[in-house]
Write a protein that binds this ligand. Structure first.
Ligand code: ADP
Length: 491
C-alpha cells in the first residue's frame, strides 16, 4: 500500500531524477475515459461535461508535470489536445460553434503547454538542486571520514551533528551523537594534570565564546594507558558574524610524545655519560698545564689553554643538554635565596667581557633591587644572552646591557648591532632546538637550546622573556623578574 502511495505521490519522488512517459500517458487516458463515462453513462449528456473536462485535464497536466517533469507535462498536454479534438469531432460541432470551439482549443492548448513547461521545468530544477546538495553533503561526509584525525561538528545549540570514525575511536564513542557540548566531559581526561570541566573543552570554547583554540594537548587514560590527544576547535560564523556551528579536530600524538620521551631519555643518558670523561680530561689538562708552566714550556701551556677553552665549550654544551632533559622531566633544581640583582649582573658582565676582545660590553644597571630566586640560574641566562649577542654580531663592536625598574619588576635588556632576525623567527627562538636557518645563520655553531633554557628559567622565577629585533640591524633581548623584599619571600 505504502509503495502505491509513494508511486502516486509526486512529493515522494522529489530528488529522484527519473521521469517517464508511460505513467503520464496512462494517467491522462484514465482521466479522459472517466470524463467520457461520466458524460455518456451517468449524465447521459456529454455536452454537460465540457467545463469539467477542461478543469480535469488542466489538473492532470499539473499533476503529471510535477510528477514526471517536462516529459510528464508534455505527454499529458499532447493527450489532452487529442481529447479536445476528439470532443469536437464526436459532438459534431458546426458553423460558428465549431469556430469558437477551435479558438477555445487553441487558447487552452497554449495555456496547457505553458503550465506543463513551467511546472515541469520547476520540478526538474528542484531535483537538480536537491541532487547537488546531496552530492555536496556526501562529498563533505567522505572528506570528514577520510581525514586522518577525529572530527566533530556541533550546531549552535551544542548538538553534535557530524562525527567521523576516528573521533569515535579516540573517545571510544561507538557512534553516539547525543553528546551535548558544554554539558558533558570525559571523566578520564586531563589538561595539564587537571580534570577538564564541560565548558573548558575547545569545542565549547569555540561555540559559546567564539574562541579559536589551537593544538591544546589533553591526556586521555584508556585501559591504564595514557593517550596524548591534541585538540583544536574553531567557530563557524555566518555573514552577520553570528556563530552557526563549531568544528573540532583531534589528533592522536601519543606515538610522537613517546618518541620525544625516548629521545630526551637518550640525550639525558648520553650527556650524563659524557660528563664524567670530560671532567677527567679537564682535570688532567689542569695538571699538565701546571707541570708545563713549572718546567717553563710556554708553547705547551699555550696549547693546553686552548684545549681547556674548547673543553669549557664542551662542558657548556653538555650542561645545556642535561638542563633540557631536567626541564622536560620537571627535575630542574633551583637553589633559591634573596640576592642583589645589580651585583649578579655586574659580575656576569665583567666575566663575559673577558671572553671577547672585539666587543665592548657597556653596562648600566642600578636597580637596587632584591630578587628571590636562583642567582646562578639568572647568571646563566645573562651569559647566554650576552654570548649570543657576541656570537651573532661578528662585525659590531658594542653590546649594551641595561637594567632598570619597571613597576614592581626589574627589566634587563641585552642589545646588539648584529644580524638580527625577522618577526616570524623572533616568536620561535625560545622553542627547543629552534635555530634560524638561512645563509646568514649557517656559519654560527649552536644547538638551539640556550634561549629555550633561559626562557624556562625566567618563567620558573615568575618572569617574562622576549625579543625585539630587525633583520640586519640587531636584536635586543629582554627579561623581567619580580622584585621581592624580605617579607615577601616565596615559601
Ligand atoms: P644557539 O645555540 O643556536 O645560539 P639559542 O637558543 O641561544 O641557540 O638561539 C636560538 C637561535 O636564535 C639561534 O640559532 C639564532 O639563530 C637566534 N639568535 C639568538 N640570539 C640572537 C641574536 N642576538 N641575534 C640574532 N639571532 C639570534
Amino acid at each position: 500500500m505504502n509503495r502505491l502511495v509513494d508511486y502516486l505521490n509526486p512529493f515522494a519522488r522529489i530528488g529522484k531524477r527519473s521521469y517517464s512517459f508511460v505513467f503520464p500517458f496512462f494517467f491522462t487516458l484514465l482521466v479522459v475515459v472517466v470524463i467520457e463515462l461520466v458524460g455518456y453513462v451517468i449524465l447521459k449528456d456529454p455536452d454537460r461535461t465540457s467545463i469539467y473536462a477542461i478543469i480535469a485535464t488542466i489538473a492532470a497536466i499539473i499533476y503529471c508535470s510535477f510528477r514526471d517533469g517536462l516529459k510528464g507535462g508534455l505527454t499529458a498536454t499532447v493527450g489532452t489536445l487529442l481529447y479536445y479534438f476528439h470532443i469536437i469531432y464526436t459532438r459534431s460541432y458546426q458553423g460558428e460553434r465549431l469556430e469558437s470551439a477551435l479558438i477555445m482549443v487553441a487558447l487552452l492548448s497554449s495555456i496547457n503547454f505553458s503550465v506543463a513547461m513551467v511546472i515541469g521545468w520547476l520540478r526538474q530544477t528542484i531535483d537538480k538542486l536537491i541532487e547537488r546538495e546531496i552530492n555536496e553533503k556526501q562529498r563533505l561526509e567522505a572528506v570528514i571520514q577520510q581525514i586522518p584525525a577525529g572530527v566533530i561538528i556541533a550546531d549552535k545549540e551544542g548538538n553534535i551533528v557530524q562525527s567521523n570514525e576516528r573521533f569515535n575511536k579516540i573517545f571510544n564513542n561507538k557512534g553516539r551523537l547525543d553528546i551535548k557540548v558544554g554539558k558533558v566531559t570525559a571523566p578520564n581526561a586531563t589538561y595539564k594534570g587537571k580534570p577538564v570541566k564541560p565548558k573548558q573543552w575547545p569545542l565549547a570554547q569555540a561555540l559559546f565564546n567564539g574562541r579559536q583554540v589551537l593544538g591544546k594537548e589533553y591526556i586521555f587514560r584508556k585501559k591504564r594507558v595514557n593517550q596524548a590527544i591534541q585538540i583544536s576547535a574553531a567557530p563557524i560564523k555566518g555573514r552577520d558574524g553570528n556563530i552557526l556551528a563549531a568544528v573540532c579536530i583531534m589528533t592522536d600524538v601519543t606515538a610522537q610524545r613517546e618518541l620525544e620521551r625516548q629521545k630526551d631519555e637518550f640525550i639525558g643518558i648520553a650527556s650524563h655519560e659524557l660528563k664524567t670523561p670530560v671532567t677527567s680530561i679537564k682535570a688532567y689538562t689542569q695538571v699538565l698545564k701546571h707541570n708545563f708552566s713549572k718546567s717553563g714550556d710556554k708553547d705547551s701551556v699555550n696549547q693546553l689553554e686552548k684545549m681547556d677553552a674548547q673543553l669549557n665549550k664542551l662542558t657548556d654544551l653538555i650542561g645545556d643538554l642535561l638542563d633540557v632533559t631536567k626541564i622536560e622531566s620537571g627535575q630542574i633544581q633551583f637553589n633559591e635565596s634573596l640576592f642583589d640583582f645589580d651585583k649578579v649582573v655586574k659580575e656576569q658582565v665583567s666575566q663575559m667581557q673577558l671572553t671577547t676582545q672585539r666587543h665592548t660590553l657597556s653596562l648600566r644597571c642600578n636597580t637596587n633591587a632584591k630578587i628571590y630566586g636562583d642567582s646562578e640560574r639568572v647568571g646563566q641566562v645573562l651569559t647566554n644572552l650576552i654570548s649570543n649577542a657576541i656570537k651573532y654580531s661578528p662585525h659590531a663592536k658594542k653590546i649594551i646591557i641595561e637594567g632598570k625598574r619597571v613597576k614592581n619588576n626589574v627589566e634587563l635588556s641585552v642589545r646588539d648591532f648584529g644580524i638580527g632576525m625577522s618577526k616570524s623567527n623572533s616568536g620561535k627562538v625560545f622553542e627547543r632546538f629552534y635555530r634560524i636557518s638561512g645563509p646568514n645563520n649557517q656559519t654560527f655553531p649552536g644547538l638551539g637550546l640556550g634561549l629555550y633554557i633561559s626562557s624556562e628559567i625566567i618563567k620558573r622565577m615568575g618572569g617574562k622573556i622576549w625579543v625585539e629585533s630587525e633583520e640586519g640591524k640587531g636584536s635586543t633581548f629582554f627579561f623581567s623578574l619580580p622584585i621581592k623584599d624580605n617579607n615577601k619571600k616565596k615559601a
